[in-house]
Design a protein around this ligand. Sequence first.
Ligand code: HEM
Length: 407
Amino acid sequence: MTPEMLLALRDPAGVPSHPLVFLVLGVLTFALHIAAVQVMLGAGALTLRGAFSASTYWRRLAAAMLTTSKIAVSVAIVLGVAPLLFVQVVYDPFWYTSNVLSAWWVIGFIGILIVGYIALYVFYWKNHDIVKEGGRGGVWMVASLALLLAVGFIVHSLTNQMLFPEQWMAWYAPGGVVQPDGHSLHYWNLPRFGFFIALAAPVTGAWLYAYRRYLQGSAQPDVAYIAWLAPLAQKLMLVGGVVAVLLGAAWMATLPAKMAWFAVSPWSLIALLALLATVALPLLLRGRLDRGYWGYAIFGAGAVALIVVGAAREVLRYVTLAGTHGYDALDYRINMDWYSTALFFSTFGVLGAVTLGYLLTIAWQAGQTQGTYTPSPAINRLGSVAIGLLVVWTAVYFGVGLFVQMR
Ligand code: HEM
């Protein structure tokens, strides 16, 4: 596949803002997506471990993690759409070819995701009180985790197939015989996939630190349960962190020749250091974890480490496609559209911040209150502002669209 052919597959309309904007947003939203995926998987695994346990603490944790996992799936899906948009804008020749080569799986992805999510809900519906009654129907939770992992595997494969334009013809027409059915996934790297999945353990450990800090702030904290959570969180971070780093090393060792430079580049080293620093943070903070916001800081540090990992992952893709295949994502033709750029950032920064700020504040304060929670007048005003902004946003979005159409 020559650089000219790859460039010919680009959208002739160009991109509506500088390509760097898309690359940076792609990295940031990928980090958020993968963090949600990891909390979803880790919380799901803890649910399975705890729901059938004789220990009340384990069952209590399972009940909390089931709710967490359920919400994390929807967050992971919503935050999966964002990097999807960015990757297809700047890497469209690669992303769409990879998708078309495995079209059956691209469509199947949606069905598998729906069934996986429903299976999680079936488990939830079957378990109204895990603490008192113990778990029921674990097979649904196992099925859910397996299907959600399958979804991740499909995305992993699509993401990696795009990096091998030299293989596309052989995948499309093996032995010269065209196979346009899109039935196959053609490339995967299990250590790479395993690395991102294994990170679920330390990320969930960091999440548990935040969970126990949150419980400490409630009206009547259960000191014994909170103390029980600490070593579990630490074990998840340390053991999970080591397993993830080993899988990361295996990924580096199995990189194909054209990407081998990455294994010994500063990028992989910085990513490794960021992960190790996060895993070591609870050991450094110790007693401070129970004071102020330090208990939450571990998850914050984990999020930063995931952004660093995401950036390194993007460098691997950018340099591989620019260096080996002559496709520089940064020289995409720019067809500057200030309106859509401003709309995007104001949606993200203003509407998103106010609406999410309102919802999170309500959820936070309700969880810390005994009995019925009544929001303060200031919080209620924030809610009204959020609704007002949504109305204005909808009017502007459709108004401008209609105006442009009718002009
Ligand atoms: C719910 C189960 C899911 C799991 C377990 C999962 C897991 C993963 C993993 C492991 C990666 C990294 C792949 C790699 O770099 O090798 C990834 C990337 C990605 N995922 Fe997900 N994912 C899930 C759902 C979704 C959904 C529903 C969407 C879209 C709506 C999505 C969109 C993406 C995108 C766009 C990327 C990055 C693509 C790129 O930068 O090339 N994922 N996901």
